[in-house]
Design a protein around this ligand. Sequence first.
Ligand SMILES: [Zn+2]
Ligand SMILES: [Zn+2]
Length: 318
Amino acid sequence: MMELRYNPLTDEWVIVSAATQKRPVQPSKTECPICVGGLELPEGYDLVTFENRYPSLRKDPPPVDWKEKGPFKKEESRGICEVVVYTSDHNTALPGMPLKQIEKLVEMWVDRTRDLSQNDFVKYIFIFENRGKEVGASLPHPHGQIYAFPFLPKRIEVKMDAMRKWYEKNRKCPICEILENEGEERKVYETENFIALVPFYARFPYEVHIYPKRHVSTLPEFSKKEKKEFAEVLKVVTAKYDKLFDQEFPYMMMFFQAPFNDEDVSHFFHFHVEFNPPKRDRDKLKWMASVETGTWTFINPVVPEEAAKQLRETEVEI
Ligand SMILES: [Zn+2]
Ligand SMILES: [Zn+2]
């Protein structure tokens, strides 16, 4: 079964997708389905995207037998779920990949965003990577995913409303204003066009955000130079994590761009990346437990300025 179900208590959609239960878990190297010659990718490749075999959303979803019964509403789970394989090298990850390869990856994210946004049912394009078993990554081969949603996911709606409110009051996008006021204390890394920092309002210990300095809302707006620098910042941030914690540090990497095929929010929606690592130390997990999950109030055990200092002072090679 796959369908969208509506929750009137929170005004949000839930994806019911029984198929994702069947996906493989941590196969060995010889069984890797996304290595060259594997089940998904029998031909050679450099980097590649393909539709997820176990999608939560599908371009041609099965029809739903009814749409509304009293308080219960459901919809077809129309959308697109893609896998993005970063490289054919099984034993690497963003921190170890050559910069050139990450630049190609950025180009691919831009292309996919452009392509997917051509579907008028696509309202939101969410690019992300779950790294490590701690966040449920089922394959060790370096890859990420893209979900093209037919609706605006709840947290995106919350972000949009907050940014809109700020803009209406201050006539400026909140991220542009943050950039004007940030100094050294929360900075992790900086290039001419980007800054990586532990935000003042970090929810997770060692949370890092990447903000382009120019006000852009979506990936396709990046200039050639910005795309190159974006690749560099992604490499540096992930390499700093690995070096500081002396391990393949798990994270959720999430790109937030403005919605597509919907109202124009580009004047207040500033593109940004969030890294949410699930660990608070080398071997201690920070759980999304009752308070965090139930109330969306996060208790961060690491002072953001302290986390920033540690990451800033961790030197890595590009
Ligand atoms: Zn592989
Ligand atoms: Zn801005």
